[in-house]
Design a protein. Structure first.
Length: 393
């Protein structure tokens, strides 16, 4: 049956037609024989038996006795009609049965070889038109229709992969735009804070020229940082493709770079902070801008959810650098996987002000730097976020 099922369309229709014609001829022969016998029996009723037997006795090589066809007017109507029907069957049976057999062969050929694949292809085309690609074509016969279904299934799979790639590209672009908007906010906040300080203190003469120049110098550094960040993002197609730039990092340098963001956050939220950054002899090599972005994301979350004081501990070693941020808030209410998911926010009010991408970017950057982002709660309450970075060259 498998061999018959996997025959080509041409071989299958030839097989069906041959079987149909053979059956038609065999059945036609049987019907003609029965019709002939029935007709003879009817005619025998109207034969002069004595004359027939005398004629039969005279049979020879040149003479055969046969039952003669009686005239229509001497037969009863039922016998006449039956005899005429037998004539019709003898003449047209083979033609009619051949036509019926051919029709039956075509019907069976369509039902067994064409209907299922055509229905599957029709349904598949409708689903593809509705952008539903989560299906499979199940027709497995190894004939022309099976080949067509296999090619259609291959096209469906390729469309599904293309849609996934397109969706991934759209999501990556969305992430990239959100990351740019998110990470550029920290230097902008610092610039805004310095501008407000200069606008407040300069007219009243509460700040000397040296401090004012220091604020302006730091503002210029933040602008340079934004320029470098924008240029880096311009060359990227996704966050995962961000290239790392290794440079020497010391504890004192990193603490000094974090201070401007701490000052702005302290002024914005009115909370105290404690920065612990013991100087170490080792020098760490890593991407300073990436580490600063992660640290600022963690500080922003801590100041937002903490109550009174934020503690920052920076540890720099030869092979590892870690930034630990502790707050005295309610702690993390969800697991780390959900918190670090893209566009995650704790409540609707929070989502109006924040895109919910800071922790996602932090986790991504830590992993890209060979480390990890560890989220946990203190026993006495409060959240602890530790960003770990591994040395790169």
């Amino acid at each position: 049956m498998d061999k018959i099922r996997n025959l080509s369309l041409k071989q299958t229709i030839l097989l069906y037609m041959a079987v149909a014609l053979f059956c038609s001829f065999a059945l036609s022969a049987a019907i003609v024989r029965i019709a002939t016998r029935t007709q003879k029996q009817i005619w025998w009723k109207y034969v002069d038996e004595d004359a027939y037997f005398k004629a039969a006795e005279m049979e020879g090589f040149d003479y055969i006795a046969d039952i003669p066809r009686p005239d229509a007017y001497i037969m009863t109507r039922p016998d006449y009609l039956t005899s005429e029907l037998c004539d019709f069957l003898q003449t047209y049976t083979i033609l009619l049965l051949s036509m019926l057999g051919s029709c039956a062969a075509v019907f069976l050929f369509y039902r067994n070889k064409l209907r299922q694949p055509m229905e599957e292809l029709t349904q598949a085309s409708k689903k593809i038109a509705n952008n539903r690609l989560d299906f499979h074509i199940c027709y497995k016969n190894k004939d022309e229709m099976g080949t067509l279904c296999m090619e259609f299934e291959r096209m469906r799979a390729q469309l599904a992969r293309n849609n996934q790639l397109l969706w991934k590209t759209v999501e990556e672009e969305k992430m990239l735009r959100a990351a740019i908007a998110h990470d550029i906010r920290s230097p902008l906040s610092v610039l805004k804070g310095y501008q407000e300080m200069l606008a407040e203190y300069l007219p009243a003469g509460d700040i000397d020229m040296e401090n004012a120049m220091e604020l302006l110098s730091e503002s210029g550094r933040q602008i340079d940082r934004m320029d470098a960040f924008v240029e880096t993002m311009r060359k990227m197609s996704s966050l995962e493709n961000r290239a790392l730039s290794a440079q020497e990092i010391s504890t004192r340098q990193l603490a000094a770079d974090i201070q401007p963001a701490l000052a702005v956050l302290q002024k914005e939220y009115g909370k105290q902070y404690l920065l612990q950054a013991p100087e170490q002899a080792e020098r760490f090599y890593g991407d300073k801008e990436l580490i600063l972005e992660v640290a600022e994301n963690l500080l922003s979350n801590a100041f937002r959810y903490g109550k009174q004081q934020i503690v920052i501990r920076i540890t720099v070693g030869y092979a590892k650098l870690s930034v630990r941020v502790e707050d005295d808030g309610a702690g993390f209410q969800e697991d780390a996987e959900k918190i670090t998911a893209a566009f995650h926010t704790q409540n609707a009010k929070d989502s109006l002000l924040h895109a919910g991408i800071g922790m996602y970017i932090s986790r991504l950057y830590c992993e890209k730097h060979g480390g990890a982002l560890v989220l946990e709660n203190e026993q006495h309450g409060g959240a602890v976020a530790t960003a770990i970075f591994r040395r790169i060259e």
